[in-house]
Design a protein around this ligand. Sequence first.
Ligand code: GLP
Length: 252
Amino acid sequence: MILEALDHNSAVPLYYQIRKHLLAQVRCGALKPGEMIPSEQELSTHLGVSRMTARHAIKSLCDLGVAYSLRGRGTFVSGIKLEKNFRQVISFTEEMQKRGWRAESRTLSFRIARASAEASKALRIPAKAKVISLRRVRLANSSPMGIEWSCIPLRMCPHLLQVLDPRRSLYDTLAREYGLHIVIADETIEAGLAIAEEARLLEIPRNSPVFLFTRISYLHDGKPAEYVRSTYRADRYKIVNRLTRPRVDWRH
Ligand code: GLP
C-alpha cells in the first residue's frame, strides 16, 4: 500500500489527512475487508508523524465502523460499506454533486448583522458582535430543497461580502480565501410545519412537513465558525445516519 505524503503546512490536521487517505484506499478497493491497515508504528515512520497522530487516525476509522482493532494483532478493514449517504460534514454543493444533481442558490440576504443571542452563544462571540449573515434558498436541479441561514463571525472572514459569490459554495470560499476548513458539526434535527414564507420559498403548501436543522460547524481546533438554521422539505430530503456502538469486549 502506498502512503501518500502529507501536507504539513495545510490547515487540515495530519490525522485527518491520514484518515482521508486510508478511507480513499478502502473506497477504491486497494484495502479490502479483512486486510490489515498500516500499524501506528508504520504510519508514524513512513509519514513522519507522532505515534499519537497515527493512533488518532486509526481510532477515527474505528469510530466510523470502517475498521476494527484486535488487541495484539492489529487493525483490520471491516466489511461495512461506506454508503453514499453516510452523514459527513459536506457542503450542500458537494452533497448535490455526489447525487449527480446541479446545486444552485437563490440569495435572500447577504449582509453584515449583529449576532442574535443564540448565534453569539453558539459562536462563542460577544453578544451582538458582528457576523456575516447569509440567507439562501438551496436548489437541486432548479427545485428548492431548503432554506439556509448561516451566521459566521465577521472577524474570521472580514471581506467575505466582497469575496463570496453567494450563488456559489460558501465552504469552498471559506477554505480557499481564509484557510477555514469546517471539519465537525453538531446538528439538531426537529420536525416542523412550513410557515407561510417558507412555504412560498420552498414551493410547497403551507403547513407541509419540514425538517428544521440547527447546526454549529467547527474548525479542526474546535473553534465554532458557523451557526446555521435551515428548513428543508421533508418530501425531498432524507436523513441517513450511521450509528456505531462503543467497543465491546467480546471475551466476557
Ligand atoms: C450544508 C450545511 C450548511 C452549510 C452549507 C454550505 O448545507 N448544512 O450548514 O452552510 O452546506 O454549502 P455550500 O458550501 O454549498 O454553500
